[in-house]
Design a protein around this ligand. Structure first.
Ligand code: ZN
Length: 365
């Protein structure tokens, strides 16, 4: 195909950025649809465009400001005649990285509306407690928080993707619609919110009562029962300072440190993530073995779970990490939660021979 006259005359005045973009096939150029249309209209001009560089920058500024407008409803003709709509990139102008970027751009990502909706709901639940709007990246990173155990991380990751086979998953499968209903109460379509917070028959009320009763920093610093709080438990922060916890009977000048933000948040993330995961595990056990757990069993399982986390922190401080930071963090995390706390040596995390455990919970009736 011969070069159109208009394009030939435009070659002499092509600006370096636009020429480079065109040579590399507009790969990796944001809003390239608009710039390609603008380049076409510039090429159509027979007269030289003297302010081309300035125009390119101005076009970029205009494109940015237009993208921020709430009423992006202007009809702009972006069609380019085939003779001017050059396809592909010059082999001499692309690198391996550019070619790989082109492949990535041509791959279509399937829409993840279910995941996106859950991320948005998680963000709102988190904002209600922390007064900060977390990005999607922050929520995904929180899945891998070191405060969360690996199996709990996996549970949260799947819940964010809504990939657990519960409720609506079965509603559209002929012959399996019965499985959509809650296996415990039987009269509600199952959902993660129902399992974790609404179904009394699955023991969620018992477990959350236990968690709140151990939390020593005041109920005003405990978040509301929301699914988003569980899914973003790895990035929970408080907007108020946790108040100083002093267990009953402990003198104000006792050896134990005051709780810090860091220790209190570590405890909050442990209590919320472990409690939610235990409810999920109990629910799965009930589905698989049809075993109904008593309040005593649930209380014992929850106490053992939290004690395991306490002993992990003690093990890190006394044998594995062995730094004063790990010792202080363990002290600050568990202050106000331990049995016979006033009789413990102040540096209990340093010695793994010191037997520690959370104070015995009362079984909720
Ligand atoms: Zn139920």
């Amino acid at each position: 195909m011969s070069t159109p006259p208009a394009l030939a005359s435009a070659k002499a005045v092509r600006t370096p950025p636009a020429a480079a973009w065109e040579d590399r096939g507009w790969i990796g150029i944001p809003d390239s649809t608009y710039f390609r249309a603008a380049a076409y209209h510039l090429k159509r001009r027979s007269a030289p465009t003297a302010a081309a560089v300035t125009g390119t920058r101005a076009a970029a500024a205009l494109a940015s400001s237009a993208a921020m407008r709430p009423d992006a409803g202007d009809d702009v003709d972006l069609t380019i005649p085939p003779a001017f709509n050059l396809q592909g990139a010059k082999l001499s102008a692309i690198s391996q990285a550019t070619a790989y970027q082109a492949i990535r751009e041509r791959q279509t990502t399937p829409p993840r509306t279910r995941t996106d909706r859950r991320l948005a709901a998680t963000r709102l639940d988190l904002h209600e407690f922390t007064k900060r709007l977390a990005t999607d990246a922050t929520i995904w990173r929180a899945c891998r928080s070191s405060d969360i155990r690996a199996p709990v991380q996996q549970f949260i990751f799947c819940a964010l993707h809504r990939s657990q086979k519960i409720g609506e998953h079965w509603s559209s499968i002929p012959g399996y619609q019965d499985r959509a209903f809650c296996p415990a109460c039987g009269d509600t379509i199952e959902s993660m919110e129902h399992i974790l917070f609404q179904c009394d028959d699955l023991g969620s009320t018992t477990i959350w009562t236990l968690a709140k009763s151990l939390w020593p920093h005041g109920q005003e610093n405990w978040p509301r029962d929301k699914l988003g709080i569980v899914l973003a438990s790895g990035c929970l922060t408080t907007h108020t300072q946790p108040r100083a916890a002093r267990p009953a009977g402990l003198p104000s000048t006792g050896a134990l440190p005051q709780p810090s933000d860091d220790g209190a948040l570590h405890l909050l993330r442990i209590l919320i993530s472990e409690s939610a995961y235990l409810i999920w595990v109990l629910r799965c056990e009930r589905v698989i073995s049809e075993h109904q757990h008593t309040a005593t069993t649930i209380t014992t399982r929850w106490t053992n779970t939290i004690n395991d986390r306490l002993h992990t922190d003690q093990l890190n401080a006394s044998r594995l990490i062995r730094t004063s930071t790990a010792v202080i963090r363990a002290q600050q995390t568990w202050v106000g939660t331990l049995a016979s706390e006033s009789q413990l040596p102040g540096d209990w995390p340093k010695s793994h021979e010191v037997l520690v455990g959370i104070r015995a919970p009362r079984i909720p009736t």
